[in-house]
Design a protein around this ligand. Structure first.
Ligand SMILES: Cc1cc2nc3c(=O)[nH]c(=O)nc-3n(C[C@H](O)[C@H](O)[C@H](O)COP(=O)(O)OP(=O)(O)OC[C@H]3O[C@@H](n4cnc5c(N)ncnc54)[C@H](O)[C@@H]3O)c2cc1C
Length: 396
């Protein structure tokens, strides 16, 4: 789909081509052509003073009557019989959205043989209702089975908002769900709010993290967003009342062509990094791979994990699973030490949720000091060994 040009109104002035950030508009002698690069961003529509450009109608699918859609849903992800923390975080955010809209907050739990305890916990974290679908096809996650069921539930119950974690599972099947119900999806949101008209305001970094874009989905429902782990805050209220509702699905809805034979756990640092309470991250200032030993020693001493900037990863000094930032992991530990990294915006978006940020950099103008709770202007090769010695002395 792309923007439409009304040849009768177009004067071929070329202003639309100048403002298009995607280079999708070519101005010819007598007409303007819009290519498939068009993202329907609408810049050309706003700029054209002759009203010659318009966007095509979207989302006239199942959500044609928007008022029929009601309630906020959170997809409740689980692994090894335990709810993933991101689902609790999303219930925290979803609770606020539901309260502003004056609607119910639901958790959608898909699986097989899951205990009652999972539903009770989802309620304690804010869900008014847990929609539980129990079916052997859902015993292990597969894209098709999970998408088939979620699409079926959306058609049956019509939520106005659906949130999911931007985890490997969420990233894998939520776009399929959005496409199936012909609605929009904003990935990796860092902030969510509700406008007065009830539109979900979905804010996320755009253009390489240089701007924060707020995206709305005015013409179709549900309004769908994914959020990375550790971006939102969970709120546990053990007394919060809620109910479970078991929903039957017919075998006929499954079109699964995939069978999971075995699950082999990934042996990398990702889980350790996102769960760690203390992270010591290094950047290009480390100078070479061997120098990461310094940070490993410090991390071990404080029972933390080692993170890295993309600069260090690109140098090949440390594995990509350690990378923090826009194209790495989002983390929010109690203490984040940024050592010998400049604090580029793409790094900062991945760690700014940390409670305390300590930056060690020899350049006092380094941008990392703008987000640091505590800044140390020093050569890391002097400071870190001295810091390690001090911790050891204190513990003797
Ligand atoms: C689309 C896109 C996505 C990106 N995603 C990410 C991402 O997810 N994560 C990420 O980190 N980056 C990301 N980047 C890259 C980002 O823009 C920066 O290039 C990168 O973070 C820089 O890494 P750095 O801070 O280690 O290196 P540099 O910018 O080179 O900074 C090194 C720092 O070390 C300091 N230093 C040097 N020697 C010492 C010393 N002896 N003692 C103390 N300090 C010292 C210097 O003063 C300097 O501030 C992305 C970029 C783009 C375009």
């Amino acid at each position: 789909m792309k923007a439409l040009v009304d040849g009768k109104k177009c004067t071929v002035c070329g202003v639309c081509s100048d403002v298009c950030p995607f280079g999708a508009i070519t101005v010819g002698e007598t007409s303007v052509e819009i290519s498939d690069e068009c993202t329907l961003c609408g810049m050309c529509v706003d700029t054209c003073e002759f009203g010659a450009i318009s966007l095509p109608e979207v989302g006239a699918g199942p959500a044609a009557d928007l008022a029929d859609y009601n309630g906020v849903w959170v997809f409740a992800e689980w692994r090894d019989g335990t709810v993933h923390k991101v689902s609790y975080e999303l219930l925290g955010a979803g609770r606020q959205l539901a309260d502003k809209r004056g609607v119910e907050l639901a958790a959608v739990l898909l699986g097989h043989g899951l205990g009652e305890a999972l539903s009770s916990e989802l309620i304690a974290y804010g869900a008014d209702v847990v929609y539980l679908v129990d079916h052997p096809q859902l015993a292990r996650f597969t894209n098709e089975a999970y998408a088939d069921v979620l699409v079926d539930l959306i058609h049956k119950k019509r939520p106005e908002i659906l949130l999911a974690g931007a985890t490997s599972i969420g990233r894998s099947f939520i776009p399929r769900v959005a496409a199936s119900v012909r609605t929009g999806l904003t990935a990796d949101c860092t902030e969510l709010d509700i406008s007065e008209e009830g539109l979900l305001l979905q804010t996320r970094p755009a253009f390489g993290g240089n701007v924060m874009a707020t995206i709305v989905c005015p013409n179709s429902r549900p309004q769908m967003a994914t959020v990375r782990p550790k971006v939102m805050r969970p709120v546990r209220q053990p007394e919060h009342p809620g109910r479970s509702e078991v929903i039957e699905v017919s075998d006929g809805i499954f079109q699964n062509r995939v069978e999971v034979l075995e699950v082999i756990p990934e042996q990398d640092q990702t889980a350790k990094l996102t769960e760690a309470d203390i992270i010591v991250s290094g950047g290009r200032g480390l100078g070479k791979a061997e120098n990461f030993v310094l940070l490993e020693e410090l991390a071990q001493l404080v029972k933390g994990a080692v993170g890295a900037s993309r600069g260090a990863v690109e140098e090949g000094w440390i594995a990509p699973s350690h990378q923090v930032g826009q194209t790495g992991r989002t983390v929010a530990p109690t203490l984040y030490m940024a050592v010998g990294l400049s604090g580029a915006i793409q790094h900062v978006v991945g760690m700014q949720g940390s409670k305390i940020i300590v930056a060690v950099n020899k350049d006092r103008e380094a941008p990392v000091f703008d987000v640091a709770s505590c800044g140390v202007v020093a050569d890391l090769f002097e400071f870190i060994p001295a810091f390690i010695r001090k911790i050891k002395q204190e513990r003797e």
